[in-house]
Design a protein around this ligand. Structure first.
Ligand code: ADP
Ligand code: ADP
Length: 225
């Protein structure tokens, strides 16, 4: 049931302990916001889950399997970045289909899947455009579709809304939440905005100084009415 667990997870960069012996089970199927001050270890945690950063000690379990030694593409995780990182020379459809192409999926199949995902994020009519011909919010939708094309068991989002203007940010919040509900997979969303976490999260995980300081339903953690 797509449960993600961190077991005694540690990351050191030389003398710096970025993540210090963290053990936590994320609730299955939940929208999780990972919150905390700059430098507390949020990104490092996310990058270790995604496989973009090696674990120093400990393990990462998905559905009970240790994924911490697998390459990123074989973990069942997908990550969406702050800057979207779309390939500028590929049109929207080919950006979304990119990892299917790397897996050797035939062209009709990957185009069909890319088109379905572009419909899901309401970008079907932009399939033939290049990223430079899209607004920030549109690029972000494409990045979402691209992250989802591998049918991940967990979606990881590193400050996905921080580059957007305030109005779009509010709208994309609602869309991310809706998408998470539709897909039924856990989203782990790094943010430093409390309001963002309160609006989005079923569960809030607060990091400070490389450890998880608090975790629970958003309203409990923030003591909101
Ligand atoms: P956050 O995402 O909460 O802002 P990070 O996970 O980026 O925090 O960083 C946690 C700590 O690890 C910080 O002290 C940061 O300076 C350090 N750090 C992060 N990445 C590296 C790196 N590649 N090399 C050395 N130190 C790093
Ligand atoms: P179509 O656009 O008709 O779907 P393809 O999916 O085969 O065609 O290729 C789309 C584009 O991806 C092409 O313009 C090609 O130059 C580019 N491309 C092919 N292989 C790679 C790769 N390994 N990395 C980046 N771009 C690639």
């Amino acid at each position: 049931s797509n449960q993600l667990e961190l077991v005694q997870l540690t990351k050191r960069y030389g003398e710096t302990v970025a993540v210090d012996d963290v053990t936590h089970a994320f609730p299955a199927g939940a929208y999780v916001c990972l919150l905390g001050p700059s430098g507390c270890g949020k990104s490092t945690t996310l990058r270790m889950i995604a496989g973009h950063e090696e674990v120093t000690e400990g393990s990462i379990l998905l559905d009970g399997f240790d994924i911490s030694d697998l390459p990123p593409a074989r973990r069942g995780t997908a990550m969406m970045f702050q800057n979207y990182a779309l390939f500028p020379h590929l049109n929207v459809r080919d950006n979304v289909a990119f990892s299917l192409r790397m897996k050797g999926v035939d062209k009709p199949t990957r185009h069909k899947r890319a088109n379905e995902l572009l419909e899901l994020v309401d970008m079907g009519r932009f399939a033939d455009r290049l990223p430079a011909q899209l607004s920030g919010g549109q690029q972000q939708r494409v990045a979402l579709a691209r992250a989802l094309v591998t049918d991940p068991k967990v979606l990881l989002l590193d400050e996905p809304l921080s580059a957007l203007d305030p109005f779009l940010r509010i709208r994309m919040r609602a869309e991310l939440k809706k998408l998470q509900r539709e897909l039924g997979i856990p989203f782990v969303h790094v943010t430093h905005g409390q309001d963002e976490a309160l609006a989005l999260a079923d569960e809030v995980v607060v990091m400070n100084n490389a450890v998880i300081e608090q975790a629970g339903p958003a309203r409990e953690v923030f003591n909101a009415p």
